[in-house]
Design a protein around this ligand. Sequence first.
Ligand code: FAD
Ligand code: FES
Length: 254
Amino acid sequence: MSDSLPVMVRITRIVDETPTVRTIYFDTPFPHKPGQFVMVWVVGIDEIPMALSHPDAITIQKVGDATSALFLMKPDDMIGIRGPFGNGFSLHGRVLAIAGGVGAAPLLSVARGWDTVTFLLGARTESELLFVQEIQEFCDLLLATDDGSRGHHGYVVDLLKTIQADRYDTILVCGPEMMMVSILKHLVSINLALNAQFSLHRYMKCGIGICGSCCMDPLGLRVCTDGPVFFGTQLISSEFGKYSRDASGNKDKK
Ligand SMILES: Cc1cc2nc3c(=O)[nH]c(=O)nc-3n(C[C@H](O)[C@H](O)[C@H](O)COP(=O)(O)OP(=O)(O)OC[C@H]3O[C@@H](n4cnc5c(N)ncnc54)[C@H](O)[C@@H]3O)c2cc1C
Ligand code: FES
């Protein structure tokens, strides 16, 4: 564990998971609780938050400068890791995990390590469904794709509406913010927001509660130290789903 200085790790293996998502394995494991994250230093480019999909791996979707630079890396290249940070998920009883796209990364270890898990997984299209084989080895898996190429034709929230969510003690959600907003709305409508935990992807700089770049209105909750996992009831009256902040702190409308 390193709060202030990154531990330099050597990349050992790279796995193409989907056309836009890649897993990078490195030579040092970072014991962590599912849902915690690390700050990944891409030397000369940026330092960005990432979930650990395995103790010794991160799973990356290419969206901008740092993630594109990670996509160019090869075995034996070095990256820096600080962490793990954040609260992680609280697990008990029967678990329902709901993921969209690369949001499956922090939930993979729950799928592998927890006894009774039902997993709802969504993506744009079949080739973007992440970790399908690994998840179905351990869990009941239901799939949804926006284009109907596999599983339910539509959104993962539609799958949620087909199951009896109150049979689960713990509901875990990670994915694009607007997907999580629609899930939260549904869970509020059936009085289950209290049971649901959402892992947020927000812009971060320090990762340790100092810079304020990840604060959420109106309470000033810091995603890096108070989260990244929040109960639905904490998010209902927050900026979640309404706006987030960019690198300069300006509000980005959703
Ligand atoms: C706790 C946590 C865990 C995360 N885990 C993963 C993971 O396992 N795999 C993964 O691929 N990504 C994960 N992310 C998102 C990842 O941090 C961003 O995709 C990354 O910072 C983008 O950096 P970039 O330089 O490539 O893109 P930039 O050039 O900084 O931005 C490109 C685009 O991505 C958006 N963006 C920037 N930062 C974030 C962010 N933190 N969340 C969402 N969108 C962002 C920007 O608004 C912009 O539209 C996680 C984020 C957090 C906070
Ligand atoms: S990233 Fe600096 S306070 Fe959260």
